[in-house]
Ligand binder design. Structure first.
Ligand code: BT5
Length: 240
């Protein structure tokens, strides 16, 4: 595993995506700061200053696209929870892959797949974790209540130690996860969820689906029980 440490960059995901052919499988790209960090659907990821984690992992498992690849974000959300638990915290997962502490967002995960000529050239798995932030800056994040690890544990967090722990845990079971798929982490994922058995509104592009969050299926999809006892299974969306 090679780690490329950058100083200032627009976005580690964009950097990896633009020259994906230059990076070997399992190359990790980190940046000290990001000027144009990205979330899903053109949303942005706010840089809260020095000491926060901005990282993209380039993965090249196979040129043949596997149905397991979209679940890598959920795998990473479980990995992150396990690391946060070593700080005596109780992180929770909001489907599909938001990690919250006391209901506040501490991290964001963005996976992008590069497909060329029908072949999967690679997956860029980006993650931002708020490790050292001032509460005044957090308050400026749009639309979400956010937190940072230093505020939750009451002391500064060592960025490089945290990064090493996260990468070790990620690669420890990564190959096994690729072979088995979401089922490999299903229990770990469900045990940390904060949405099952609740009435939800889920934004799916321009639609809003409402219903009772009944279960997570073996592919990591959210099963909603709707009015009239009908059921819908969502593979993409944002819980509002
Ligand atoms: C995400 O998108 O949460 C994925 C964010 C991924 C960021 C990493 S950093 C390294 C790599 N390089 C990149 O350019 N991106 C990845 P989404 O689910 O769309 O959530 C975005 C929303 O989270 C925003 O609209 C805000 O409401 C909120 N947000 C933005 N910055 C935040 C922060 N620092 N902490 C908590 N919430 C934040």
């Amino acid at each position: 595993m090679e780690i490329i440490r950058l100083d200032k960059i627009e976005s580690t995901n964009s950097y990896a995506k633009h020259s994906i052919e230059n990076f070997a499988d399992k190359t990790v790209i980190t940046a000290r700061c990001q000027s144009a960090g990205r979330g899903r659907l053109e949303r942005s990821w706010v840089d809260l200053g020095e000491g926060n984690l901005f990282m993209s992992i380039v993965l090249k498992p196979d040129e043949k696209f596997s149905e397991v690849y979209p679940n890598i974000t959920q795998y990473l959300s479980v990995v992150l929870c396990k690391i946060l638990e070593t700080y005596n915290l109780k992180p929770q997962i909001k489907w599909p892959n938001d990690v919250l502490i006391n209901g506040k967002k501490i991290a964001g995960i963005l996976s992008e797949t590069v497909i060329q000529g029908g072949k999967c050239k690679g997956i860029i798995l980006g993650i931002g974790v708020n490790l050292n932030a001032q509460s005044e800056k957090l308050a400026k994040i749009p639309d979400k209540i956010a937190t940072a690890l230093n505020l939750e544990i009451g002391k500064e967090v060592d960025l490089s130690q945290f990064t090493d722990k996260l990468l070790d845990e990620f690669f420890k079971n990564y190959d096994e996860f690729l072979k088995t798929g979401f089922k490999y982490i299903k229990n770990d994922y469900i045990n940390r969820n904060c949405f099952l058995n609740k009435e939800l509104k889920v934004q799916v592009f321009n639609n809003i689906e409402s219903g009772l969050a009944k279960s997570i299926d073996d592919c990591g999809a959210l099963v909603l029980l709707k009015e009239g006892n009908t059921q819908t299974t969502l593979t993409i969306g944002d819980i509002l």
